[in-house]
Design a protein around this ligand. Sequence first.
Ligand SMILES: [Zn+2]
Length: 144
Amino acid sequence: MDSLRITGARTNNLRDVSLDVPKKLLTVFTGVSGSGKSSLVLDTIAAEAQRLVNDSYSTFIRSRLPQMPAPDVQSMDGLTFTVLIDQRRFTGNARSTVATATDLASLVRLVFSRVGEPSAGYSPAYSFNDPSGMCPTCEGLGTV
Ligand SMILES: [Zn+2]
């Protein structure tokens, strides 16, 4: 499926909203204050994604996670791994990327250092921010 299909969303002030959100494209939700942007994106889509992740844990771990109410939606199909980036001001620098801001970069480095036949023993060697892993020409800034 190349889209996320939401049918009958009624979380908070949403009134039976149905839509398809295409995947692998940038989708912007815009509207006046109170129009339901946050209810749809945060309280429906992100809440369901978090609920699916929590369901994958054992009962022991689930009982220690914060209990979140299921979003009020008739159905949601095609939901895959979701990263929620909060709305606080991004305090990055020239070395910041979406991956570093979301902590995904450290997980990717871990995978590179553990899976297959790694060419280096430690995950910092796969970081463009670590002297052992950065490009010697541009020092990891990606300008070359
Ligand atoms: Zn470079």
